[in-house]
Ligand binder design. Sequence first.
Ligand SMILES: [Mg+2]
Length: 271
Amino acid sequence: MTQLHKKTALLSSSLRMICTDYDGTITEPEHQPISFSFFERLAAWRRHGPVYWVINTGRTYENLRDDLIARKVPIWPDWIVALEREIWLVRDRRGVGWFEWNRRCELLHAQLFESVQPLWKLIEDYIIHHTQAQLVEDAGSPLGIIASCTEEADEISAYMTPLLEDWPTLTAVRNSIYFRFSHKFYHKGACLEAISSGLNVQPLQILAVGDHMNDLPMLDRRYARHLACPGNAVGEVKERVRSQGGYVAKASVAEGTVEAWDKLFPLPSQH
Ligand SMILES: [Mg+2]
């Protein structure tokens, strides 16, 4: 390999983007500050070159923004994926929605949700009469469901799976005991791909970290060649990460994310 080829190979395998879930991956509940080591690592990497940080969350943009303010984060993400499907560029701590993407996403969801009307009634009846779960308002879905416990969420999932087969573009997105519905073309992985390809960042240069079921679509080597989860991740996520050669951290939440980061992308030497 020539010197130029070596240099090109090195550059193309260097970290250019870290894509993290938010709750449970870098933040603890209840407004505690995010572990400072996460920001130290980000700042240290940026001394060597641009590294984008994408937060890929199920929260709404406004909810996430308010939480970032409440937790007084010293560095804001460059991009936010909200509701697992809307894309926002962040400039000077303000979000600028990616109009074309978000508009198309909204239209497709409106059409889909309209077309699957009969399903909502079936699910509502099941939740009301056969579970202790709550039906709640959800910003991104005609129905939001909060199960009373993980086991009940498993049962709800099992009930809905065969029903959803009649609507191949509809998916139930589960995050712990929470469910919402979405178009199958829009998920954390598709959004990560849209952002990274727009910036000409290759999957080889991306680290993706998540802890729960709604992170599975982005914990995929098609979108990020380097995958990880913190030690508190659910079993399915740990299994998915391991099966693709990723790293399952021992530490939890942000400390686990930093542990994985150091393992998969050790900081370049200062010299
Ligand atoms: Mg999470």
